[in-house]
Design a protein around this ligand. Structure first.
Ligand code: ATP
Ligand code: MG
Length: 283
């Protein structure tokens, strides 16, 4: 039987979440920090631990069947791969930032300015689209200190909280792209059975993360009001309680409208609400 290979970041911001996702998919492997390859003992899969910059090309060239990497890296390397699944972690934006004492307020004012970045391809396309002629200075790291050193007028770098920019006296000025970790595959690999199986497992873990399992008690007089508040095709389940005229309602609620729903349920007569995390949802 064929063994798939998935490339993930060896160390850095995406490593821990990528390992956690694969483990939550029920895959059993050692997270060797020192080796490049780790076999999975209960699925025909090997995990390659790589620098994130190399992942898109490894997948494009078929050395790995799948990869987990930030969209920013894929766009920068300009490879031909299939986007199989957005993964919801590693969220950040590529932004242009300028020193906070700077008079630049409009994109046009970047004409003729020097912008330091580790993302020259993405930045180049962005500036071209906006018809701006700036001098892109490609550097390999610590971009945020370059205006202070007099190396550039602005920077283009990844931002998540904005803390690094702030501590270097920079303010974000324009959004170039937003990014998150994605599962990529070699073009066409999405049709392979093993790849499909793995994508299904990943989706069941992601779905579970977005929902909570909720159990609540309600007097039968209020049951229809409670049910009207709940989504779900076959849910909720209604179970009689030992106390007459009382039932327990079991259901799942999406994380995004969780607090709204809970307060509506309380107002409609729900009591003893218990909320539990869900491990997997298999459709
Ligand atoms: P490697 O050693 O693998 O080349 P790296 O130093 O290039 O690692 P990291 O800093 O670990 O990369 O970031 C990996 C990815 O995490 C980025 O490409 C991006 O998609 C995502 N990310 C999320 N938030 C941030 C952030 N604030 N700064 C940089 N990257 C971020
Ligand atoms: Mg890198």
């Amino acid at each position: 039987m064929k063994t798939l290979k998935i490339a993930i970041q060896k160390s850095g911001r995406l490593n821990e979440k990528s390992v956690e996702l694969l483990k939550n998919c029920g895959l059993s492997f050692e997270n060797y920090k020192s080796s490049l390859i780790s076999p999975v003992s209960n699925f025909p899969l090997e995990i390659l631990f790589l620098r994130d910059d190399d992942i898109p090309e490894y997948v494009q060239d078929g050395i790995a069947d799948l990869g987990i990497v930030g969209e920013n890296v894929i766009r920068e390397t300009e490879v031909e791969v299939s986007y199989l699944q957005r993964l919801g972690f590693g969220k950040c934006s590529l932004k242009i930032a300028v020193p906070n004492n700077n008079s630049i307020q409009h994109l046009d004012q970047l004409n003729g300015k020097a912008i330091a970045t580790t993302y020259p391809v993405i930045l180049g396309k962005f500036l071209k689209e906006k018809n701006i002629q700036a001098d892109i200075r490609t550097i390999s790291g610590s971009v945020e200190i370059s205006p202070g050193l007099g190396l550039s007028d602005a920077i283009c770098d990844l931002v998540s909280t904005g803390g690094t920019l702030k501590s270097n006296g920079l303010v974000p000025f324009a959004d170039v792209m937003s990014s998150e970790a994605v599962l990529i595959g070699r073009k066409g690999s999405e049709n392979e059975e093993l790849v499909k199986e793995l994508i299904q497992r990943i989706q069941s873990v992601l779905r579970a993360k977005e929902t909570k399992y909720v159990v609540l008690n309600v007097h039968s007089d209020n049951l229809s009001a409670i049910i009207n508040l709940l989504p779900g095709v076959k849910s909720p389940s209604v179970v009689p309680l030992a106390e007459e005229n009382w039932v327990a309602v079991h259901t799942v609620i999406p994380e995004r409208d969780f607090w709204d729903k809970i307060s509506q349920l309380k107002q409609a007569g729900a009591q003893g609400i218990v909320v539990m995390p869900i491990e997997k949802i298999i459709l």
